[in-house]
Design a protein around this ligand. Structure first.
Ligand SMILES: Cc1cc2nc3c(=O)[nH]c(=O)nc-3n(C[C@H](O)[C@H](O)[C@H](O)COP(=O)(O)OP(=O)(O)OC[C@H]3O[C@@H](n4cnc5c(N)ncnc54)[C@H](O)[C@@H]3O)c2cc1C
Length: 302
């Protein structure tokens, strides 16, 4: 066996031994945090086992809570998880968005402080980008951070902050310079939601749910060491983070889309089985068209 095959065999054996049966079915994915709610003991156990192995963030370095896997090894892990039907053990804005930019732009100290708690599901992050006057025109953010000694004093408002009321920390775009072009006066700050002056108010939706919040900052003191990158260089980091957000959404890192993908896969497999076409060529043109609409790129249909 070559290295890759050895890694695959070991990975499969470990997953088979450690993934509880309930976690081999589609369902809720853990989002972690200080006030994490788990749908079952097995969900918690699965998250903890994977976190101990570094496999909640397999490609992150070991001292940041990951397993230091190469992209190829991580792909093998993902394939084996798919084969066994293993549920994603942990999902979060920390994993999808913040972690990758801290790895790229953070200091060594920041990486070791902020990344392991994300990998272990201990701290849940939310995204403080949008404001009432800064949505599509995101660079117009007005939430103000004024330097006072070793702190910034933050005042302002964010809007549409998903799940802020369930989150422990927020990554924020703040204005640190009003005298330059708008893209050049933004900094990227990490703020503890438990700090005095931070308040997240859920916005009730017509459905009765409240997944969005308005988040207010009233003279919140944030240590300068919580700034990622240089002062006023936050726009570059903000854009990079959005790339990671878009990639995560499109590759189905979110629980709902992962489940949707699995369902689509099942639909195609069922269709093939029902029509008894092992080589994947479906004789029914109408069915071909309908399947192509949900899964165009990966299946040879005709
Ligand atoms: C499910 C969901 C979750 C979200 N979670 C978060 C979050 O966690 N954190 C966060 O910070 N934000 C979040 N947002 C907010 C989201 O990023 C904003 O909705 C987005 O930035 C758009 O801003 P807006 O809603 O103010 O729309 P606007 O900017 O007011 O735009 C309204 C409409 O006008 C159009 N428009 C705007 N400007 C122009 C123009 N110059 N020319 C032509 N048309 C224009 C837009 O295309 C759009 O159709 C979330 C949004 C959604 C839908």
């Amino acid at each position: 066996m070559n290295n890759r095959e050895t890694f695959r065999a070991e990975t499969r054996a470990w997953l088979d031994e450690n993934c509880p049966p309930e976690m081999r079915r589609p369902g809720d994915v853990a989002w972690g945090g200080r006030t994490a709610r788990f749908s079952s003991d097995d969900q918690k156990l699965w998250m903890e086992r994977m976190a101990n192995k570094g496999w909640t963030v397999p490609t992150w370095p070991r001292d940041c809570g990951g397993a230091g896997l190469s992209k190829e090894e991580a792909a093998v892990l993902a394939q084996e998880m798919r084969e066994l039907g293993c549920r994603t053990p942990l999902n979060s804005f920390g994993i999808m968005m913040l972690g990758p930019v801290v790895l790229q732009y953070g200091t060594e100290e920041q990486k070791r402080k902020f990344l392991p708690p994300i990998a272990r599901g201990e701290i849940r992050w939310c995204q403080g980008y949008s404001e009432p006057g800064a949505g599509s025109d995101l660079a117009n953010v007005q939430c103000r951070a004024v330097r006072e000694g070793d702190d910034y004093v933050v005042n302002g408002q964010k809007i549409w902050t998903s799940e802020a009321h369930l989150s422990d920390w927020i990554f924020c775009l703040v204005r640190t310079n009003t005298q330059v072009a708008k893209h050049d006066g933004i900094s990227f700050l990490l703020i503890d939601m438990a700090d005095p002056g931070v308040e997240a108010t859920p916005t009730p939706l017509i459905s009765g749910e409240s997944i969005f919040c308005q988040t207010f900052f009233d003279d919140v003191r944030v240590p300068v060491e919580n700034r990622i990158g240089e002062e006023n260089a936050g726009w570059t980091i903000a854009k990079r983070l959005l790339e990671h957000e878009r990639n995560s959404m499109s590759t189905g890192a979110g629980s709902r889309s992962a489940n949707a993908k699995r369902k689509r896969r099942t639909l195609i497999d069922d269709a093939r089985t029902a029509l008894d076409t092992p080589e994947g060529k479906l004789p029914d043109a109408d069915l071909r068209d309908r399947i192509a609409r949900v899964e165009p790129p990966t299946v040879a249909l005709g």
